[in-house]
Every structure is written in C-alpha cells, then in structure tokens.
Design a protein around this ligand. Structure first.
Ligand code: SF4
Length: 609
C-alpha cells in the first residue's frame, strides 16, 4: 500500500464527445511499471493497435507523471508522453520538463489520456479537475511563445502551465514538437498529433497538495542534494550541455554537413566558450532545479541581433556544424525560430542539412527551394528553409514529411538520408563511438541518444571500454537504456538523478520517503521490463532487425577527414554488436522478444497482452 507519490487515478478525455471519466490504476501496476514512461507504454500497448495511423482519430495521447513528479525534491519536473509518431509511424515515448505533470498531480491525477478529435480548434482549460473546452481560433497560427503568454493572460494566472503547439504542427509537419512552459516534447512529431486532434493548447492549474509518505525525509534529501549538485555540476550551470561541443568535435564525432564528415573546422566558433563569452544572457532553470542548465543565448550584434534562444548541445550541433554553419548568431536565430514556429530543432537541423547536401549535389535546384540558395554554411538559407518547412512550400513541403516521407518519394536518395526508423540522429556520429551506433539502432523511438542510451561517458571515461571496440557494447547499451527507462518513469531529471542515488545501483531512500515503499532492489528490473514492453509494441508494429540497422552513411562510408579519418563501422561489425545486444535482452536473432523473456518480466499480470 502506497501512502504518497501516487494519486492512483487518471483522467480520460474524449475530445469529440467531450465526455470525461476518471479511472483507478491498480497498485500492482505501479509496482511493476513505476509510473511515467512505464504507464505511458502500458496504456499505449493496450489501446493503440498496429494499424492505427498517427493522424487517425483512434490514435491517442497519453501523458503520465511519475511518483516523484511535484514532490519536494530537486527538479521533480518530468513527465512522459506516448503516442503514435508522425515522424516514424511507430510508438513514440517522450519526456519533458514544464509544470504540466506537477499540475496534473495537484489535481489528483497521475495521468491524462486524450482520445478522438475535436471538431474545431480548441484549447482545454483544466482547473483543479474541472474541464472546459474553449474556442482556440484566435490562437491558430500563433507562435508558441505568444500562445503561452496569451493564454496565461486569458485565464488570469501567471502560474498556470501551458502546453501548446506552433504553426508548423498546425500544418501537420511531421517533425513538429510540443511546447510546455517553454520546455519540449521534442522528437517524433507529437505536435502534429495534437494538431490532428485540433487541440492547440492545454492549460492546467492545480492547487491541491501532492501527498508524500515522509515529507520531512524528502526535505532532508533535497537539502543534501542541492549542494551536491552545485558542486558536481558546475559546468552544466556555467555552459549547459554546450560544454560538449568542442570535446565531441575534437574527438572527431561531430556531425558535419549532413554527417558527411565528423570534424567541423569552425567548431571553436560555436562552442561553449563562444556561448559563454559572447552570447550568454543568463541561466534558466526547470522547477526547483539548482543546476539551471538552460543557457539562454542572445545575439548582441550583427545580422541576427536580437535573437534569443535556450541553446543546448544537440540544437547547436545539428543547426550549426551539421548545416556547415559557424555563425553562432545564426544558430541562435534558427533555434529561436524552431522554438516559436514549433519545429524540433534536432530533426529541423538534420532535414535542412539533407536539403543542403541534395542542393550541392545538384539533385534539387533553386526552382525546388523557392529561390533559396540552400548551401552549407548559410545561416539565411537555414532560417528561410525552416520557415518554408512550417508553411510547406516547394521542396520543403516534402521535408516537412521527415526522413521517411523523403525516402518514400525519392528512394534513390537513400545514401544521403541519415535516420533510424524514420528519426534522424542526435549530434553524435556513430563511427566515433560504436556503442552510440547500437544506441541509435535499438532505441525504442529511432536514432535517439536519450531513450537509446547515452554511452559517450562510459565509452570514453570509464576505462572499461574502447570506443572503437565491439566487445561489451550490447550489455552496456542495454544497461544504460534500462537505467534511463526507470528514471524517465520517476519524474525527476536525469541530470540530477545521482544526487538522489538513482544510479546504476540505486538506493531506496527517496522512493521510501515519497511512496512508503523503497522499490529495492527492483528498480533496474522495472527499467528492463519497460524496455521489453516497448519492444513488444514495436514488434507488433512490424519492427524487427531490419529496422534496427543504421543508415548507409554510417555503415557504408568511412570517415573522409578529421581526427578519425578512415574510421569505419561496417555492417558486419554492427551486426556483431546487435547479436550481442539481442542475447543480453532475451530477443531472438530477428530482434523479436522471446516468449520466455515476456514471462520472466511478469508482464501478463500488468498489461493485457
Ligand atoms: S538539469 Fe537542466 S534540464 Fe534538468 S531539470 Fe535542471 S534545468 Fe531542467
């Protein structure tokens, strides 16, 4: 019996009939799947069939907080979304900050399920559990920032949480993101799912208390964690994740000009020191986070003067070096544009980089690009191209369909389209870290370093691995994925997890103080159970070994220049890692979860299989 952390209820909203209902979650489900990502996977598994398309009325949006979301802890700000992804056509799990998860819990709910579609553009106003369907027509076409401010004013509350989408999502751009209080469910195109349901925004306000088993102990944990975080994460506070730009570049792993090579000669113009010395406006923190890794950059002079954006490693890498751009001002302006019009910075940077390569190879011309000279290195071309994606003009209408849409129309461009399962990669080139390749290949949502597992630190610094070796990478990637799956289910940020002893060898104090139950030793097993459930979903949707393969650029081309010139990760090498990984996971040679693996995780008791 839990006596804190969980609320035990979800709110289900039918957007068409406007009927709402509450449902009780069985306590055993929490024991087996923890919350957040675990619950988002369970409900998706049970309610979204393999044949449902992302924009069908039958697709649903599942939003789930974790047991620690909203409690008196460092950064208790995370919650999870699942839906069928427009970008990949498959299961999407996505994690965000913002206050919505906290608000849901303050209203007495662990989760919110949206089903069917509204007839007209609508925003939901959920105030302490009371739901209003309000006309959103005045906000249609409005950028995310203006919608957030407008809706806060409309409901008369500065403290309300606002989830919204931008104009790109309204045009069903398949790489559009969901903005929540200026944070993001970034990847997979979930923004377009909201748009397909004609939901422009959700405003939530809750005022109730979130119960905790031992509030005094939680406070003690928080008091201890804050100085630990300040001491152990100084570079996160000073530089944010931009701190990795120069290191990854010097290691020869920076995606450059659509992953054609892995070292960017202008790296020192877009790195953490450039940000810190010339562009930093200040830090931004998620709720109750002492790290405040959000580095708000501002352009103070030059062509892009006045642009402001919260920059981070992936956005800089993919809007900058991967588009051949060494003008930090242009990167900030492009980042701001993406945030406001509602395009995922990572997929946005990657798809423009693809366009630049196609243009430079003469495969598309100015006629296709609405007159834009879409060349590597041009900040203006990047910015204009992103705008045209949002408005779906010229060739950019095709780019708005994401990697899979491009390939469907032009299979002959396969060598240039860098993706796994339709999702373009994060800002690491797998030829520089073999474990990262396995990460991209086996991530539950496509070429993602978060869900797939961030191996870089282990491959570089642990002393246990050679980044160019194959041995041990299967077990390493599975372990990191399982750790991330349980942390994503807790409701705290992965950056601060260590301060609460949620490591690879977690301790149970925080869970005990929150819920009354310590979840020891089963946390890691829960992570593996969630990952297995996600693979069952993917298998049901037709995903097997063939879909876990890396793009041609990684497997068929050697790195042509830079610090790792000549480096290769061949198909044969990658397949060896994949075999190893499937063995560790208990999946068969085709990447299908074995029935004995399903049994070993006891999934039958918690998910209607
Ligand atoms: S570490 Fe960064 S992303 Fe995580 S909660 Fe803090 S500010 Fe947000």
């Amino acid at each position: 019996m839990f006596n804190g952390g969980y609320l035990g209820k979800i709110l289900r909203v039918n957007l068409k009939s406007r009927k709402t209902s509450t449902e009780i979650i069985d306590e055993n489900v929490y024991h087996k799947l923890l919350g957040g990502r675990g619950l988002a996977a369970k409900y998706y598994y049970e309610e979204i069939g393999a044949d449902v398309k992302p924009f069908d009325a039958e697709n649903k949006i599942f939003l789930f907080a974790g047991p620690l979301t909203g409690l008196t802890l460092p950064a208790p700000t995370k919650y999870q979304l699942s839906t069928k992804a427009p970008e990949t056509g498959h299961y999407l799990c996505s994690n965000s900050s913002g206050k919505m998860g906290i608000m849901l819990k303050k209203m007495g709910f662990d989760g919110l399920i949206l089903e069917d579609k509204c007839d007209d553009w609508t925003y939901l106003y959920i105030n302490d559990g009371k739901i209003e369907f309000r006309d959103a027509s005045e906000y249609v076409g409005m950028t995310t920032d203006k919608t957030i401010e407008g809706l806060k004013e409309k409901v008369g509350s500065k403290h309300a949480s606002v989830l919204t989408i931008g104009p790109a999502a309204e045009n069903l751009v398949k790489i559009s993101y969901v903005c929540v209080d200026y944070r993001a469910f970034g990847r997979g195109g979930a923004g377009a799912v909201f748009a397909s349901k004609k939901v422009k925004a959700i405003v939530t306000e809750g005022t109730g208390a979130i119960p905790a088993s031992d509030p005094a102990k939680l406070l003690e944990i928080r008091k201890k964690a804050f100085p630990i975080l300040r001491e152990t994460r100084p570079n996160h506070t000073k530089y944010g994740t931009s701190q990795y730009i120069s290191a990854i570049n010097e290691l020869g792993c920076m995606p450059t000009r659509n992953f054609q090579t892995t070292y960017f000669e202008g790296g020192d113009k877009v790195d953490h020191l450039t940000l810190y010395n010339k562009y930093l406006k200040g830090n931004v923190a998620c709720t109750a986070c002492p790290v405040a890794c959000g580095t708000m950059a501002k352009v103070y002079e030059g062509k892009y003067k006045g642009a402001e954006a919260r920059t981070e490693f992936e956005s800089i890498g993919l809007l900058g070096p991967n588009c051949g751009i060494d003008d930090f001002g242009a990167v900030v302006a492009a980042n701001q544009l993406c945030d406001e019009i509602g395009i995922d910075t990572m997929s946005g940077g990657n798809i423009i980089a693809l366009g630049m390569e196609l243009y430079e190879r003469g495969l598309i011309t100015k006629e296709d690009t609405c007159g834009i000279e879409l060349k590597f290195g041009s900040g203006d071309a990047l910015i204009e191209g992103l705008k045209k994606i949002a408005s779906r003009e010229g060739i950019f209408d095709l780019f708005a369909e994401g990697s899979l849409g491009v390939l469907e129309k032009h299979p002959e461009w396969k060598s240039y389209v860098v993706h796994v399962k339709g999702m373009s990669p994060a800002a690491y080139d797998s030829r520089g870290f073999y474990g990262n390749g396995l990460t991209y290949g086996t991530s539950s949502r496509g070429a993602c370093h978060n869900v797939g597992g961030w191996t870089i630190r282990d491959e570089l610094q642990s002393g246990k691995y050679d980044r160019f070796a194959l041995e041990g990478k299967g077990a390493l990637v599975a372990e990191i994925q399982d750790n991330r799956a349980y942390v994503d289910s807790l409701g705290v940020c992965t950056v601060v997890r260590g301060s609460m002893e949620f490591s690879a060898n977690p301790k149970g104090d925080t869970m005990k103080a929150a819920t009354g139950y310590d979840f020891m030793p089963e946390l890691i097993e829960i992570g593996a159970r969630i990952y297995t459930l996600e693979r069952l979903i993917l298998n049901r949707e037709g995903v097997t070994r063939k879909d876990d393969m890396l793009p041609d650029r990684f497997l068929k081309e050697e790195v042509p220049s830079g610090p790792i010139k000549g480096q290769r990760l061949t198909e044969e090498m990658y397949n060896r890692m994949l075999d190893d990984y499937y063995d560790v996971r208990g999946w068969d040679k085709d990447g299908v979860v074995k029935s004995e693996t399903v049994d070993s995780f006891g999934l039958a008791g918690v998910v209607s299989l």
